[in-house]
Design a protein around this ligand. Structure first.
Ligand SMILES: Cc1cc2nc3c(=O)[nH]c(=O)nc-3n(C[C@H](O)[C@H](O)[C@H](O)COP(=O)(O)OP(=O)(O)OC[C@H]3O[C@@H](n4cnc5c(N)ncnc54)[C@H](O)[C@@H]3O)c2cc1C
Length: 427
């Protein structure tokens, strides 16, 4: 078969890996200048390692990543460590990444709150049945079983930071999935995620696949019952099958012939964008890896991640890498802020992590943003998620919005990419 894939993110590359292995002709188109999509990295001359544009790590439970790495013979390049996570409470930061640290966390007080937090967390880690949990919001479930105090202290800040105005309606199945699968052991790849993505794309090419970068697909149309035309940089390419890994809304925009009811279904899948300020500092800012920050405490971003407390600064020419990350709706004025405005808004908060911080510590900085960064799940989503096969013959959609009940991530993008390839091969 002659197959097009829109997107060289990890889902598109994983699909291409299996399809080329099965002997099919695959062409990947990506509008970006390099492979990797949201998980891609960049590098300046003085660094040995690449750095993800958006902070990334794996969990020890990321089975699809580990399996793919075994197939690519690069498992020995995955590094697992146990960097720490901190939580803010009344002006201070406390560790919160183990049962013991949860017991010590002052935000929960003593007695009943700790007990309810512990019991609900244990229940969610052990139960496998998420189907009933998608019928109720995380806010309602947590208030009922863990109590309003625990909800307000532990879970509301996370939901608000991630989903903003949607936070009260996020299904409990989404929170279950995070608590159920995530581990304190976090992983990365030697040289950064981009090196893993390069290995995967090299394999796709060795197996006969083509990867065309700086090639944005403008439209998908049907010529006859069994052929699709992709318009790319004013050239038309004809394929029998096409897998789109872009957002559902983008698929609607570029596919004029898409049936109206299906287009409505895709447009109803909400998502939000992300904006990240990356700093390369002369000095270490903190002694910790990850800080969860409640918006109610006046932080202009939701997470501060000091990457070089996970990966040695020696890989970055001795520079200390700090991410300040924020999820935003794309029509929020801050989403389109110029880099200077982002710095003006974010940098004053850094003295709350280290009172000695001064802008003279900054060697370099970058701002990255993506309009489609985090799908927003809704109640009973399993009944609304479109299947991978679209109503247009030969056209498939494999987007982050179809990852459920799990939170999107590279592990599930690999699973999705391989699943769409399997379904296509089984036609
Ligand atoms: C802030 C942030 C933090 C994250 N942290 C983690 C983490 O710690 N661990 C983890 O595993 N995951 C993390 N993720 C999620 C992870 O990056 C994604 O789940 C995964 O990379 C999605 O892969 P994908 O292939 O589905 O999509 P994408 O990576 O979005 O790839 C889609 C590709 O399609 C291309 N494209 C779109 N439209 C077109 C078009 N019309 N023509 C041509 N090309 C097109 C894009 O350029 C892009 O390269 C994070 C994401 C964000 C935003």
């Amino acid at each position: 078969m002659n197959i097009a894939i829109i997107g060289s993110g990890i889902a598109g590359l994983s699909a291409a890996y299996d399809l080329t292995k099965a002997g099919h002709k695959v062409v990947i188109f990506d509008g970006a200048a390099e492979v990797g999509g949201l998980a891609s990295g960049f590098k300046v001359e003085s660094w040995d390692w690449t750095l993800e544009r958006f902070y990334h790590h794996w969990f020890a439970s990321d089975q699809h990543v580990l399996k793919l790495a075994r197939e690519l013979n690069c498992s020995d390049q995955i590094i697992f460590r146990r960097p720490d996570t901190m939580m803010y409470h009344l002006g201070n930061f406390y560790p919160l990444d183990s049962p013991i640290s949860a017991l010590r966390f002052p935000g929960l007080g003593w007695g009943i709150n700790k007990l309810r937090f512990g019991i609900t967390t244990l229940y969610l880690r052990s139960t496998r049945d998420w189907h009933n949990l998608e019928k109720i919001s995380a806010a309602d479930w947590m208030k009922r079983w863990a109590g309003t105090n625990v909800y307000r202290t532990m879970w509301e800040p996370l939901l608000k930071a991630k989903f903003g105005r949607y936070s009260d309606d996020i299904p409990m199945s989404w929170l279950w999935a995070r608590i159920h699968t995530r581990t304190a052991q976090l992983g990365t790849f030697e040289g950064g995620f981009q090196i893993f993505l390069n290995l995967l794309s090299d394999k796709v090419r060795q197996q006969g696949g083509e990867i065309l970068l700086n090639q944005t697909v403008k439209s998908i149309t049907t010529v006859s019952d069994s052929k699709l035309i992709l318009e790319v940089n004013d050239t038309e390419h004809i394929f029998e099958q096409c897998i789109a890994t872009c957002s559902p809304r983008q698929l609607v925009q570029i596919t004029p012939g898409i049936p109206k009811d299906y287009a409505v279904k895709l447009k109803n899948l909400q998502s939000i964008g992300a904006l990240v300020l990356v700093l390369a500092l002369k000095k270490r800012l903190t002694n910790h890896y990850w800080f969860n920050l409640p918006a109610t405490a006046g932080f202009p971003f939701l997470a501060l991640v000091e990457h070089t407390n996970f990966v040695s600064p020696s890989h970055f020419g001795g520079e200390h890498i700090v991410y300040c990350g924020q999820y935003l709706e794309t029509n929020h004025r801050n989403f389109s802020m110029q880099a200077e405005e982002v710095a003006n808004q974010f940098l004053p908060a850094l003295t709350r992590f280290n009172p000695d911080f001064d802008v003279s510590w900054i060697n370099q900085s970058w701002v990255f943003r993506s309009p489609y960064a985090q799908p927003v799940p809704s109640i009973n989503l399993s009944r609304k998620i479109p299947g991978l096969q679209t109503p247009i013959k030969g056209l498939w959609l494999a987007s982050m919005s179809q990852v459920y009940p799990w939170d999107r991530g590279t592990n599930f993008a690999i699973e999705l990419g391989r699943r769409v390839a399997r379904n296509l091969l089984n036609l």
